[in-house]
Design a protein around this ligand. Sequence first.
Ligand SMILES: Cc1ncc(COP(=O)(O)O)c(C=O)c1O
Length: 372
Amino acid sequence: MRIEPFALERFFAEHEFGAQHVLCASDCETLSVRELLAMEPGADEAFAALRLGYTETAGGPALRKEIASLYEGIAADDILVFAGAEEGIFLFMNAVLSSGDHLIVHSPCYQSLISVAAAAGCRVTRWDALAENGWTPDPGQLEREITPATRALVVNFPHNPTGHLPEKGAFTAIADLARRNGLLLFSDEVYRLLEYEEGDRLPAACEIYENGVSLGVMSKAFGLAGLRLGWAACRNHDVLGAMAGFKDYTTICTAAPSEFLAALALRRRGLILARNLEIIRGNLRILDEFLARHEHQFSWQRPHAGPVAFPAVRFAAASDDFCAGLLRECGVLLAPGRLFGAAPEHFRIGFGRRDFRRGLEAVSGHMREKPA
Ligand SMILES: Cc1ncc(COP(=O)(O)O)c(C=O)c1O
C-alpha cells in the first residue's frame, strides 16, 4: 500500500514535543492515571489486579456497554472498539470500501479521511465548507456530486478544524440523502459531547440511520488520547464485521489497561466533560477578547463546539510564514491551514488545555513587536 504522508501528523511529529506552547492541539486537558483512579472507590486496587492478557477483539463487554450508553437505541453488540479513531478510519476505508468506489468527504478535514480512502483505490471528491458561508458546506453540492459509483458520505461534525456544527435538520437531511441513495454515512463524531450548548448536540449518525457509522474516541472530549482507544457504533453488522475482520491484521485487540481506564472514564463522564467544557468556555472568552483586539489582523468564525477554531490572517495569502515566525521567535505552535488540505490563509488554534492563556499571551507579545 502506498499512502501520501500525513501532513498534520508529520508536523506534530516534528514540533509538538519541542514547542514551548502547543496552541493548536485538538484534544482537551488530560488526566493522570492517579486522578482517573481517584474518581471511583476501589478503582486503584482493581487496576493493580488487572490481568494483562489479550482482550476481546470487539472490545470488552463492560466497555462496550458503557460506550453504547452514549447513544440512544444502540446496544453493546453495535460497538467495535479499536486503537484510536485513526484505526477506525483505516479499518472502514480498507475493509468496507473497495477500489473504484467513489466517496464524498467533508473538507477541509483531518487528512486520513481522504488519504486512507485514496490509498485504498477509492476516488474522493471534496465537499467544501467555506469560511464565507460560516463553514456550512453546501447541501446542493453534496447532492450534485453523487454518482452511481458513490458508496459513502464522510462527514465530521463538530468539525475539525473549524468547530462548525450544523442545525439538526441539516444533519438529518444528510442522513436522508444517504438513505435515498443507498450510501453509507461515515460520521466522524470525535468532538461530540463538546457542544457549548447541550441543546445543539446532533443525534449520532448510528441513531438516525441504519447504515450510519459513528466514530468516537477517548482522545478529544475526554482528554485521554494516550489510551489510544476509539470505537465505531453502527447497527449494520456487516459493516462492523468487515472492520473487525480487518482488525485481525492490524491490532487484534486493544490494550487491557486502556480498556479498564476508558470504561472508568465513561462511567465518570459527567465529571470529566464538565471540567473540560469549563476549560473550553474560559479559554474561548480569552480568545474572543484577543481576536476582538486584533480584528484588523485576523478574521474568524466563532465555533459552536469542540476545542478548535480556524481563524485567518488578513495580512497574507497564507498563514505559513506567520506560524513559522511564531514558532521560531516565541515557541508557539499554531497549525497552518494547508495541513488541512484547504484554506491556506487560516490556521488552527486549540483551546482545550489549561495553559492556553500563557500561549496566547506569547502570541500577543509577538503581534506587538511585529504588527502586521
Ligand atoms: C476529526 C478527527 N478524526 C480522527 C482523529 C484521530 O483521533 P485519534 O488521534 O484519537 O486516533 C482526529 C485527531 O485529531 C480528528 O481530529
